[in-house]
Design a protein around this ligand. Structure first.
Ligand SMILES: [Zn+2]
Length: 224
């Protein structure tokens, strides 16, 4: 059985790849529900630190507001300790690795055989509409998109009537910067994993439910 791996390895480590706004977060949450794995969103972990106003969070806040990426070393510390703590669990890693340095670091601290990379491939125009249209309710957490899933009354949450907000890193100029960083740094990560044992690709341009079904088919081939 897979649990009999050496004590330093996870049962499976699933790495979700794809552009910012490509639907990784949404798909990850659904996968976790179906397959019962642990969802580790590095972006959420970092935003949580920002919210708490911790020393780490304050450093992260400045970097994220400029659309830049948090240092490999800083994120590596967080991800590394998490992977060591959760030995024996299946982890779905979302938002990491974002460049080849991080990919090589992950490779160095894991057993390559247990790492499964799944790339959700999405066209850039689609990505930009998804990001620039994204709004959220600070009260109930519901997420909208002004292009694809607008609220009934513009700018107001359907469920609780609270004014909708935009994440600071969803502003146009920040999106442009994130896309540039993605093209230059994150795309090579896909090539890195393509050369490894377990690499899968899913077409992420479709409706979230269709993408999810394709994802489930892929994940079922290795995680039951
Ligand atoms: Zn609400």
């Amino acid at each position: 059985m897979a649990q009999q791996h050496s004590s330093s390895s996870n049962r499976y480590l699933i790495v979700l790849l794809g552009p910012p706004g490509g639907g990784k977060g949404t798909q990850a949450k659904k996968l976790v529900e179906v397959f019962g794995m642990r969802h580790v969103s590095v972006g959420d972990m970092l935003r949580e630190e920002v919210k708490k106003g911790s020393e780490l969070g304050n450093r992260v806040k400045v970097i994220m507001a400029a659309g830049e990426l948090v240092s490999d070393e800083l994120v590596g510390q967080i991800v590394g300790s998490l992977i060591r703590e959760k030995t024996g669990e299946t982890i779905l890693l979302d938002g990491y690795p974002r460049n080849t340095v991080q990919a090589e670091f992950l490779d160095s601290i894991t057993d390559g055989e247990s790492v499964y990379a799944v790339n959700i491939s999405v066209e850039e125009g689609q990505v930009i509409r998804r990001l620039s249209g994204r709004r959220f309710c600070s009260e109930c957490g519901k997420i909208y998109n002004t292009y694809f899933s607008p609220p009934v009354r513009p700018g107001i949450c359907d469920d609780c009537g609270t004014e909708l907000l935009r994440r600071p890193d969803d502003r146009e100029e920040v999106i442009a910067e994130r896309m540039r960083v993605y093209r230059e740094q994150t795309r090579p990560v896909i090539d890195f994993f393509r050369s490894k044992t377990h690499y899968f690709e899913v077409d992420g341009n479709w409706e979230p439910q269709a993408v999810f079904e394709e994802l489930c088919q892929v994940v079922r081939t290795f995680a039951s």
